[in-house]
Design a binder for this molecule. Structure first.
Ligand SMILES: O=C(CO)[C@H](O)[C@H](O)COP(=O)(O)O
Length: 213
């Protein structure tokens, strides 16, 4: 199902353009498909060391985001997505770089299998990237919002930070909560993608792919 969604995303890549690449098992299928047309693209910008390694191993040049002024399509997965195309992301701990690359892109294409579709975000624990010295303080602040924060064991992000996973949130107003959590001192970013929701969703199933505009 993930592969169907990932392969469908290739049709949205314009020839000789730079492609934004997310992180995760669904995106790995996309990178593999992208490698088949690598001579027809101008390179990639990547959201993690993991994706960068896979892109380079398959011969796709990876560009520094600071060396370009913009690009067209960003393709990434999600842990949950609602009908408004707002997402929870960061299961792979790459949320901050994903949010940065998504912010620069003109179009965000989200590739998911149908199990990721939800009515209300929050069943998947919300990842929050924090500066290490702030993890206890931020955890206390997140608990005040009604969640159960737990520092993800053994994980250091590509930016040298920690991830706090917050269980038990019923996220009925994603945009407001995204901003509220980002305002806690010590938070780098959180995994609610509402200010920058997806533009297009490709939902893979065993039968094929559904396009949600
Ligand atoms: O946000 C992410 C990584 O930080 C991923 O997009 C998300 O976790 C989905 O992963 P997968 O495609 O493996 O189910």
């Amino acid at each position: 199902m993930k592969r169907n969604a990932a392969r469908a995303a290739v049709a949205y890549i314009e020839p000789q353009t730079i492609v934004g690449v997310g992180t995760g098992s669904t995106v790995n299928h996309f990178i593999d498909a992208l490698a088949e047309i690598k001579d027809q693209i101008a390179g990639a910008v990547s959201s993690s060391e993991q994706s960068t390694a896979r892109l380079k191993a398959l011969g796709i040049p990876v560009l520094d985001l600071n060396s370009i002024s913009g690009f067209g399509v960003y393709v990434d997965g999600a842990d949950e997505i609602n009908a408004a195309k707002q997402m929870i992301k960061g299961g792979g701990a790459a949320l901050t770089r994903e949010k940065i690359v998504a912010a620069v892109a003109k179009t965000f294409i989200c590739i998911v299998d149908s199990t990721k579709q939800v009515e209300v975000l929050g069943k998947f624990p919300l990842p929050v990237e924090v500066i290490p010295m702030a993890s206890s303080y931020v955890s206390r602040e997140l608990a005040k919002l009604g969640g159960k924060p737990v520092v993800r064991e053994g994980v250091v992000t590509d930016n040298g930070n920690l991830i706090i996973d917050v269980r038990g949130l019923h996220i009925s107003e994603p945009l407001a909560l995204e901003q509220q959590i980002n305002n806690i001192v010590g938070v780098v970013t959180n995994g609610i993608f509402a200010a920058r929701a997806a533009d297009l969703v490709l939902v893979g199933s065993a039968e094929g792919t559904q396009v949600l505009r």
